[in-house]
Design a protein around this ligand. Structure first.
Ligand SMILES: *[C@@H]1O[C@H](CO)[C@@H](O)[C@H](O)[C@H]1NC(C)=O
Ligand SMILES: *[C@@H]1O[C@H](CO)[C@@H](O)[C@H](O)[C@H]1NC(C)=O
Ligand SMILES: *[C@@H]1O[C@H](CO)[C@@H](O)[C@H](O)[C@H]1NC(C)=O
Ligand SMILES: *[C@@H]1O[C@H](CO)[C@@H](O)[C@H](O)[C@H]1NC(C)=O
Ligand SMILES: *[C@@H]1O[C@H](CO)[C@@H](O)[C@H](O)[C@H]1NC(C)=O
Length: 328
């Protein structure tokens, strides 16, 4: 074969360059949906050809039928009802849902919080050893109890490991974070990583000031839409760049934000009645479509949503943490 002429070589080089995906538009396999809507809201808007979403969890062992992403089951609590619900779902192979390749199962949801799963470290240690630890031998990979960021969570986990006496071996750390700044976000996650030396999943996070009891009023200590958009941009690229952070789940893909600043909503809140699942600008950013973003939306109207009876779901840290903070 003869060498191509310089002109042909140039054309070839340009063709190769153009055929190479731009680095900036690379999708992140780490991104997931914390999905509180069952089948009542379509997930379709997140399922575009270039989506970064790869997985979802439902705070339960029950998948959403027909969901386009990998399902991650959870054993939510340490009580008999949650255990038996989990055991039957497991025996039923989670209704045949497509699990992540490493077959991940998530542990207890906020066991360090009274009105969440509220497990003592001792009870959690015994339930873990009976129902979760043995799954490792069956090829499942386990997420630690998902504690709330900060001192309570850390103290709870330390006690949990002490009660376990070596018998609880999660494969990664799950943490929930709600606060205001990128610096706080990074330092909390790094702190958990330093303390427990496990890869990390951020299974809930959003920009919310729980020290501020005037939730819902613009101009107070809560973030604006522009600040939240900017927080998301910065933390997505930071997490995508940390090899020890494996997956993360923004809060939230839901119409009732459970006491968390509504500007964190990934859906268009104006659709709260028809519930089409259409995405807000923030939602488009999360699925990795920067073209959908407008930073000029700081004056957008703010909607306060009543919690619908249909959303009797075992979520979230938010209200509970708010109560705890406000009672301090
Ligand atoms: C992603 O795909 C959607 C359609 O599926 C398109 O509208 C959008 O422009 C794409 N975004 C990027 C960044 O390519
Ligand atoms: C679940 O999967 C296992 C392993 O593939 C299989 O042996 C078992 O029969 C399945 N159980 C049900 C209820 O589908
Ligand atoms: C959170 O709210 C409290 C009470 O309004 C306020 O004092 C504090 O500055 C706020 N924190 C941030 C980071 O904005
Ligand atoms: C990603 O990590 C590399 C190496 O640690 C660092 O040089 C770079 O600035 C980071 N980029 C971002 C966006 O954090
Ligand atoms: C939906 O949003 C509107 C404002 O656009 C609000 O008045 C209404 O209470 C909300 N409805 C529900 C069911 O959340």
């Amino acid at each position: 074969m003869t060498a191509p002429s310089p002109r042909v070589a140039l054309v070839l080089a340009l063709t190769l360059l153009l055929a190479t995906p731009a680095v900036g538009s690379a999708t992140s396999a780490k991104r997931g949906l914390a999905w509180a809507n069952g089948k009542w809201v379509p997930m379709d808007a997140f399922d575009t050809s270039n989506t970064s979403i790869t997985s979802y969890y439902t705070w339960t062992p029950t998948p959403v039928s027909g969901a386009p992403f990998k399902f991650i089951p959870m054993l939510w609590g340490c009580d008999a009802d949650h255990i038996s619900e989990f055991q039957s779902a497991l025996a039923n192979n989670f209704s045949g849902a497509d699990l992540t390749d490493d077959k991940v199962i998530l542990g207890f949801n906020e066991p360090d919080i009274d009105s969440q799963s509220n497990c003592t470290p001792a009870l959690a240690a015994s339930v873990w050893q009976e129902y979760l630890e043995p799954l490792k031998k069956k090829g499942y990979r386990l997420g630690s109890p998902a504690v709330t960021a900060g001192q309570w969570g850390k103290a709870w986990l330390l006690e949990f490991y002490e009660e376990c006496g070596g018998g609880c071996n999660p494969d990664f750390q799950a943490v929930h974070w709600y606060d205001m700044t990128v610096d706080n976000f990074k330092s909390v996650l790094v702190g958990y990583y330093d303390a427990f030396q496990l890869p990390m999943w951020v299974t809930e996070y959003a920009v919310q000031n729980f020290s501020d009891n005037q939730h819902g009023t613009d101009g107070n200590a809560q973030a604006t839409q522009a600040q939240i958009n900017s927080f998301m941009t910065t933390t997505l690229s930071w997490m995508d760049n940390q090899s020890w952070i494996e997956r993360y789940f923004w809060f939230g893909a839901m119409y009732e934000m459970q006491g968390v600043n509504d500007y964190n909503c990934l859906f268009k809140l104006a659709d709260n009645v028809s519930r089409t699942g259409a995405l807000s600008a923030l939602g488009k950013m999360y699925l990795d479509d920067p073209t959908g973003i407008s930073y000029a939306s700081g004056a957008a109207s703010r909607l306060l949503l009543p919690v619908a009876a249909a959303d009797l779901l075992p979520i979230t840290a938010a209200i509970v943490v708010a109560l705890l903070y406000s009672s301090l």
